[in-house]
Ligand binder design. Structure first.
Ligand code: F7E
Length: 347
């Protein structure tokens, strides 16, 4: 039986990955942050499952920058694979809390790989990198693993640092370190302050008469949106490869925030027509004429990366992985899940 350690097991990706590894008969250990309130809702079903009952899921308290306890944990559980999915993940917020973002996403990663380096048999290590390392490329081409790093926000800077560090340590110390350069990947488990979840929740609530208007920032921003459950399979495949490497994990196609919202509202039974422009743009229901989407400049970012689209050819060729669900289909599945929450009926 293989042993895996997931750092960030309570997050969207961590919870899907834990389920996937338990189904593959791994002994799964998860690092969770101590907090005054429990934040384990996403892994609760797994914690109460047969796998947990059989002792195949174990949670440990830990912090990204607490190197001593991480070293102790590594020595105790001797993992074959470590998945580093933790850190401050909100790009917009990284302008407000840049130090925490860089400490967790940058230095936190350095601490982990330094601890691995000291082991007699270092585990294979997956680092959750991000398309934000590329910033706002202007050449009109899809990004590959060789696209230069040019981040435009503190979050991207921290991820670029950690990605490059993994490359350097791979080369210098021969460690099995891999970065999955993931583009936006969403699901019903997404945090509520990411735009896709904000949209899907609002569409379901407006439909149910529990909310009047959805206020959004930049409707023109385009994202390469995939489905998180598929992306965690790529994470696992990355660590099963013969050699350590970095992989672009993307669908290869973008839709705008406006198009994503339109698909979500249509799924909720409300066709939306957009009119106006800039801060004055609104979306009205075609059937009632009611304004259901409005632009609010509070959600604009100082700089927004608007041209990120990945070329996942290497992941396809080496790992045999390809995203199946993209853009509008992601919007539809997220609204269906919200609808089930609101009505109590299965999705
Ligand atoms: O924004 C625009 C916003 O916050 C997407 C993280 O997983 O993916 C994620 O980062 C776009 C941006 O995700 C609102 O300006 C418009 O252009 O959902 P988001 P993100 O910033 O792309 C990358 C790959 C990561 O690595 C990150 O960890 O939507 N937008 N109106 C809005 N965004 C938000 N949050 N809220 C709005 O009202």
């Amino acid at each position: 039986m293989k042993t895996a350690l997931i750092i960030g097991i309570t997050g969207q990706d961590g919870s899907y990955l834990a389920e996937s590894l338990c189904a593959r008969d791994y002994a799964v250990h998860g690092l969770v942050r101590r907090a005054s309130m429990f934040n384990r809702a996403r892994i609760d079903p797994l914690r109460h499952s047969e796998a947990a009952g059989q002792g195949r899921l174990t949670l440990h308290y830990g912090e990204l920058n607490d190197l001593t306890s991480f070293r102790r944990l590594l020595r105790t559980i001797e993992p074959d694979e470590v998945y580093h999915l933790a850190g401050q993940s909100h790009v917009g917020l990284s302008f407000e809390i840049p130090e925490v973002t860089c400490q967790e996403n940058g230095m936190g990663t350095l601490h982990l790989i330094e601890a691995l380096r000291d082991l007699d048999q270092p585990a294979r290590f997956y680092h959750a990198a991000s398309s934000e390392i590329f910033g706002s490329p202007t050449d009109g081409r899809r990004q590959t693993e060789d696209t230069p790093l040019a981040p435009v926000n503190p979050y991207g800077c921290a991820k670029a640092f950690a990605t490059q560090l993994c490359r350097v340590y791979r080369r210098a110390h021969g460690l099995f370190l891999c970065s999955g350069i993931a583009y936006n990947h969403e699901s019903p488990r997404r945090g509520e302050n990411f735009v896709t979840r904000k949209i899907s929740m609002a569409a379901a609530r407006i439909r149910a008469g529990q909310q009047a208007v959805l206020r959004l920032g930049n409707l023109d921003a385009r994202r390469d949106w995939g489905y998180a459950q598929e992306y965690v399979e790529a994470m696992w495949l990355t660590l099963q490869a013969d050699k350590p490497d970095d992989y672009i994990l993307a669908t290869g196609r973008t839709v705008s925030v406006r198009e994503f919202a339109a698909a979500a509202f249509t799924e909720a039974g409300m066709e939306v027509v957009f009119e106006g422009s800039g801060e004055n743009e609104i979306g009205r229901r075609r059937d009632t004429g009611a304004t259901v989407i409005a632009v609010d400049s509070r959600y604009y970012r100082p700089v927004d990366s608007t041209a990120l689209v990945g070329d996942p050819t290497r992941a396809k060729q080496v790992l045999g992985w390809a995203a199946k669900t993209e853009g509008e289909a992601v919007a539809r599945l997220m609204v269906r899940a919200e609808g089930a929450l609101l009505t109590g009926r299965p999705a």
